[in-house]
Write a protein that binds this ligand. Structure first.
Ligand SMILES: [Zn+2]
Length: 479
């Protein structure tokens, strides 16, 4: 039973996952046990045309699916246990965590990028990063905008913490249930042990996390900046490393476990050009610019990490205590930052994103609260706008009004569409009536792009001129 399918899975693992011939028998025994089979006889066929061409596969799903179906049909697992069985079957044919670590570390000693490429490829081929599932998210690039932000309506389930040690980021989640095929690589920051792994979500290219092996709260001040710089060293020239805000209402989902987000340096915010050049009296050698981006980003760089950290820490401390007639930071607790670090040509670069919960805001349209329900996370600030699941259905409904499939009456909208009444009315007017399905879809995309731009802009704490008042408190002048 399932001889052909198991033989193909083993062939796939030998080609793509480095399954060694000497580990094959043990892998078979685990597969047989997981699937509750009586045994396994290798499948042999003279027909070369038969079966799946495993060399050409980029993911294991086509091989795993018949094994899972059989297990469900025979009552070995329930449908709800599909993902766990997939992870465990893959784990049976994968390298051990220690072997992955050795390969990664040896490769990284020669070529950092190759090491990350290896781990990424392995994470995809092992099915931990499921690109087919990621592709189910509604996703598009805002082509009309100069910044080309990307909009992602997340349809993937969020990681749950049920039964996990402390939280979904914890090191101990490696190997548990649906994480059986998760592989992480370990490295040190100072005298602490950390690990890196790719994110299942892939909100952006090479989306990963760098996590403290201990479940500890994020560091602050100089310690945070030093760790971030060390993490930037670790990911190498092609990557970035960024912090989520740790204050309440700062947009981070997990503030209890110290971690950074990582990705490719081509993120929209990191591509943004210089807006103004500045110089600090105390640290004249530090390159200091503002960035032409929606929210307030100050970019600072130097090859001397100690001096850069010293300056950045003073800068951030000053921001946290800052207030003026637009920023009512009366208790000194409402200003905060996200910091993104890179190492470019031997120089450390910090993008410090100034944020505040004390900003006096104008009232916004009701649909904005539906489009973005939570405060902006680092991902959003970088230009990868992640929108809530329910929006997918709501926007499809908006399209039906715009293309005339459903008659629009602002006074009789279903509850989940009430917030969009004004928006649909305005869009119908702008379109000059109903339009084709394709046009309706593109119009909705344009509308959401513009809304994301406005939501992001609304988090700016300064404009070109008012930032000079803050800079003056630090003896920083425009060049
Ligand atoms: Zn944790």
């Amino acid at each position: 039973m399932l001889e052909k399918e198991i033989t193909e899975l083993l062939a796939y693992a030998e080609t793509h996952l480095m399954l060694d011939e000497l580990d094959r028998a043990q892998a078979v025994r685990r597969i047989v046990r997981l699937l509750k089979l009586d045994g396994y006889t290798p499948y042999e066929s003279d027909d070369e045309e038969e079966g799946i061409n495993v060399d050409g596969l980029t993911a294991p799903d086509a091989l795993i699916e018949p094994l899972i179906s059989s297990a469900i049909e025979r009552g070995v697992i329930t449908d709800a246990e599909r993902k766990t069985l997939k992870a465990e079957l893959m784990d049976a044919v994968m390298l051990k965590p220690s072997e992955i670590n050795d390969l990664f570390t040896d490769t990284r000693a020669v070529n950092t990028q190759k090491a990350f490429d290896f781990l990424y490829d392995y994470s995809v081929k092992s099915g931990y990063v499921d690109l087919a599932e990621c592709a189910k998210n509604d996703r598009w690039e805002a082509k009309e905008l100069k910044s080309r932000i990307e909009v992602i309506i997340n349809l993937m389930p969020q990681a749950t913490t049920d039964g996990y040690p402390e939280c979904a980021l914890c090191y101990e989640t490696e190997g548990l249930g649906v994480n059986a095929n998760k592989r992480v690589v370990s490295f040190d920051i100072g005298d602490e042990e950390w690990f890196f792994t790719y994110s299942r979500h892939q909100y952006f290219d090479r989306h990963g996390v760098i996590v403290n092996k201990s479940h500890v709260a994020p560091a602050d001040g100089k310690a945070m900046l030093e760790k971030l710089a060390a993490a930037a060293d670790f990911v190498g020239a092609e990557g970035f490393v960024g912090t989520n805000a740790t204050v309440e209402g700062g947009g981070a989902k997990n503030v209890s476990h110290e971690h950074f987000q990582t990705g490719f340096r081509s993120a929209p915010a990191l591509r943004a050009e210089t807006r103004g050049r500045f110089k600090s009296k105390e640290y004249p050698y530090i390159e200091l610019t503002t960035v032409d981006w929606y929210n307030t980003v100050v970019r600072m760089s130097h090859s001397n990490l100690e001096k850069l950290v010293e300056f950045a820490d003073k800068f951030i401390t000053a921001w946290k205590g800052y207030q003026d007639d637009r920023i009512a930071n009366t208790d000194g607790k409402k200003n905060f930052v996200n910091v993104v670090a890179r190492k470019i040509n031997g120089k450390y670069v910090f993008d410090v994103m100034l944020r505040s919960n004390a900003l006096k805001k104008p009232r916004t349209a009701p649909e904005y609260a539906e489009i973005k329900t939570e405060a902006l996370a680092l991902t959003d600030l970088l230009g990868y706008f992640v929108l809530p699941n329910k929006l997918s259905e709501q926007l499809q409904q908006v399209q039906l009004y715009l293309d005339g499939s459903v008659a629009f009456d602002k006074n009789v909208l279903p509850d989940n569409m009430k917030a969009f009444g004004g928006m649909i009315e305005r869009m119908l007017k702008e379109q000059g009536g109903t339009v084709t399905k394709l046009e309706a879809k593109l119009n909705v995309h344009d509308e959401i792009d513009a809304a994301c731009e406005k939501i992001l802009s609304a988090t700016a704490v300064f404009d070109k001129d008012s930032i000079k008042n803050f800079f003056a408190t630090l003896d920083i002048n425009e060049l």
